[in-house]
Design a protein around this ligand. Sequence first.
Ligand SMILES: [Zn+2]
Length: 171
Amino acid sequence: MIFHTRDFNITEKLDYFAAGASVMYGLYYTPIRVFRLDQNSQAKQSVLRAWTAICISLYLCHVTYLTAWSWDYTYNMAANVAAGIVQNVLWSWFSIQRYRKLQKTWAAWPGLIVAWIILAMSLELFDFAPWGRMVDAHSLWHLGTVGPTIWWYSFLIKDAQEDLASHRLKA
Ligand SMILES: [Zn+2]
């Protein structure tokens, strides 16, 4: 928010690195939930440790490249879109599997949220001249992310409740 009102070197860096960290965190936890890497088996714990190290390294390389090598907008966008697409594919696939298994509408939410995000993301990729010199594609992208954030939070709650209920049944 500060960057969008005060465009300085430091605010730009903070905006980009925070956005990158948020995308990276999404990429990190998606396989943890989809493949249940949070479960307490030796093999899964080792995979989780390796995945954690990979994600931290990738993020540090990303920040180092942008800071020490070149402040490359095209690379930054490509890296974020690539990380985003991987999560989108995983969540869409997961959503289809879960919907088939549970037969509950909310199980399909991640797929629908992904579709919404892709539509909003197209505003980032297909930029246009601002309407009335005020409303630009990037502001609409930010506006478009409000809805799916709330929706996503509701899904996470439903998913956790479902998990708890299925564990109670097994116990
Ligand atoms: Zn922004």
